[in-house]
Design a protein around this ligand. Structure first.
Ligand SMILES: NC(=O)C1=CN([C@@H]2O[C@H](COP(=O)(O)OP(=O)(O)OC[C@H]3O[C@@H](n4cnc5c(N)ncnc54)[C@H](O)[C@@H]3O)[C@@H](O)[C@H]2O)[C@@H](O)CC1
Ligand SMILES: Nc1ncnc2c1ncn2[C@@H]1O[C@H](COP(=O)(O)OP(=O)(O)O)[C@@H](O)[C@H]1O
Length: 271
């Protein structure tokens, strides 16, 4: 079935007239090392634009200066090691965590993913947060109990689940195997849940084939999950809004433009 707004519009977070930033969710994005900060910054801005009340980039103290200088509304949280990250994850006000964009294929990234999952956080796992489990994917699947979204492109998908031969069947099998919602990116994006739900986001503009656009998509999903949206609905809404933002912006799109087109898309959706 095609991914159309009527399927998730009622679940899309709406503002309350007496609401505050504290009841719009807090999304934490894991920041990469000092020379690779752009991807996490794109994700964090996307999470904020889609409506999370608070967004923080958690980064190593050695890269804090870059994030703190570059970010404005997005906050920073220095985390020097796994213990510090575990302490952050124990904060119940943090309602979603996004890990992976340019995080690095390192033991640290793997440990942080496991820590977030063991803390029971709603998580979006993208890019390096998937690749770090390529040698032993069951190490990841065994700790998935909370609402989790995996957002692989075909390369990342093949590292965890094997080569893609049938995008719909393979995405569904991956969701069932991992216990997570799987969003398999591409010109047509497949979103599959472990319970068998599956939607296809068709006809996204090819302008989305640009560096960092997947980081923005992960940020949209993380920002919606932080506001309490069901993970499958959040994945479908994020994919649709991502494509629509590209359509609204038109030619010459770079990833930075996607978040800036979100207000127009949300207005058309009645938010
Ligand atoms: N501005 C930034 O800082 C950006 C950082 N990025 C980060 O760069 C790191 C590497 O990500 P990449 O995805 O480039 O590299 P990866 O090495 O993880 O995956 C790319 C490889 O996967 C294979 N592949 C198969 N199907 C593919 C498909 N449909 N789309 C893409 N690759 C496919 C190809 O062999 C390709 O060489 C990640 O940490 C990522 O988050 C990227 O997101 C781009 C933007
Ligand atoms: N030809 C295309 N048409 C429409 N959307 C595309 C096309 N190619 C890629 N996309 C979308 O662009 C995004 C690319 O994400 P990804 O591969 O993770 O790139 P990056 O790592 O640079 O962020 C995905 O959302 C994917 O669905």
């Amino acid at each position: 079935m095609d991914n159309i707004p009527n399927l998730w519009l009622k679940a899309l977070p709406a503002l309350k007239s007496d609401g505050s930033k504290y009841n719009r969710g807090h999304c934490v994005v894991l920041g990469g090392p000092v020379a690779s900060t752009g991807a996490a910054r794109l994700s964090a801005r996307a999470a904020l634009r889609i409506g999370a009340g608070l967004v923080s980039v958690a980064c190593d103290p050695s890269s804090l200066i870059v994030y703190a200088t570059a970010l404005q509304a997005v906050m920073t949280k220095p985390v020097k090691d796994e213990a510090a990250f575990a302490e952050l994850m124990a904060d119940r006000r943090i309602t979603a965590v996004l890990l992976g964009p340019a995080a690095g294929i390192t033991a640290r990234t793997k440990a942080f993913v496991l820590t977030a999952l063991r803390a029971g956080k709603a998580c979006v796992l993208d890019a390096d947060a998937l690749t770090v489990f390529q040698d032993q994917p069951t190490e990841l699947f065994d700790v998935i109990r909370s609402p989790v979204l995996l957002t692989p492109h075909e390369g990342e998908f093949s590292r965890l689940f094997g080569k893609v031969t049938d995008r719909e069947g393979d995405a569904l099998r991956a969701a069932q195997q991992s216990g997570a919602v799987v969003l398999l990116k591409g010109a047509d994006t497949v979103i599959a849940a472990p319970d068998g739900r599956i939607l296809i986001n068709r006809a996204a503009p090819p302008t989305l084939a640009t560096a960092g656009s997947g980081d923005v998509l992960a940020g949209f999903a993380g920002g919606l999950m932080a506001q309490g949206m069901d993970v499958f609905d959040a994945a479908c809404a994020a994919a649709w809004i991502h494509a629509e933002a590209a359509r609204v912006f038109g030619p010459g799109l770079i990833s930075e433009d996607l978040s800036e087109a979100v207000p127009q898309v949300l207005r058309h959706l009645g938010r």
